[in-house]
Write a protein that binds this ligand. Structure first.
Ligand SMILES: Cc1cc2nc3c(=O)[nH]c(=O)nc-3n(C[C@H](O)[C@H](O)[C@H](O)COP(=O)(O)O)c2cc1C
Length: 177
């Protein structure tokens, strides 16, 4: 599959088959993600790979909406940025996370981004803290790192990928010639 077919076939996957994801496949995906561009080559992004089922289940409670599906993912990659390396760590981490998703697709896996940065643990209840502060209670996240997102990944239980819905892209691209 060439790159252009790959980006067309990628869809967010929120259900996963029982099939185990080999560690060398995850290593290959993260090796690709570590080539991502970064501001002034600050290379501020770091990854935490979680394969432990209990930890992944705990992670799925990080928000009270949009994260529950993670519980069934065989692998979750937490995408973090070293805030000391650059003020653009969020931008760098978002690019790295995108590389993870595209590399996962190329390796035959599906994935879904689950947002962390700036999200409340319980919507409308700031006193309950953030998704990030919740994750910090049981994951070894260095103090100087911010957490951008988690990428849940695994093999798809579906025969074929979900078709991409028709998109109205009118006005999205402006050419000046
Ligand atoms: C910045 C960002 C945050 C996202 N956060 C979540 C999330 O918390 N939970 C979730 O289920 N999907 C999340 N997604 C996935 C989007 O919902 C998904 O990409 C979008 O609906 C388009 O569908 P597609 O990826 O299949 O093309 C996020 C995606 C991005 C880029």
């Amino acid at each position: 599959m060439d790159f252009f077919e790959l980006v067309q076939s990628r869809r967010s996957l929120r259900k996963f088959s029982e099939r185990r994801v080999e560690s060398h496949t995850v290593e290959k995906i993260l090796e690709a993600a570590l080539t991502a561009p970064s501001s002034r080559s600050s290379r501020s992004t770091h990854f935490l790979v979680i394969e432990n089922k209990d930890l992944i289940r705990h992670m799925s409670y990080m928000r009270d909406y949009g994260s529950a599906f993670m519980a069934e993912a065989p692998v979750v990659v937490l995408v973090m940025g070293d805030k000391r390396a650059t003020d653009l760590w969020v931008d760098n981490a978002a690019i790295s996370a995108t590389f993870v998703q595209l590399a996962a697709e190329a390796a035959g896996l599906g994935s879904c981004w689950v947002h962390v940065d700036g999200r409340e643990h319980m919507k409308g209840h700031p006193e309950m803290g953030t998704a990030e502060s919740y994750l910090r209670t049981f994951l070894p996240i260095p103090e100087e790192f911010g957490v951008e997102c988690a990428i849940a990944m695994g093999y798809s239980p579906y025969e074929s990928p979900r078709p991409r819905p028709e998109q109205d892209n009118s006005g999205k691209v402006v050419w000046l010639k």
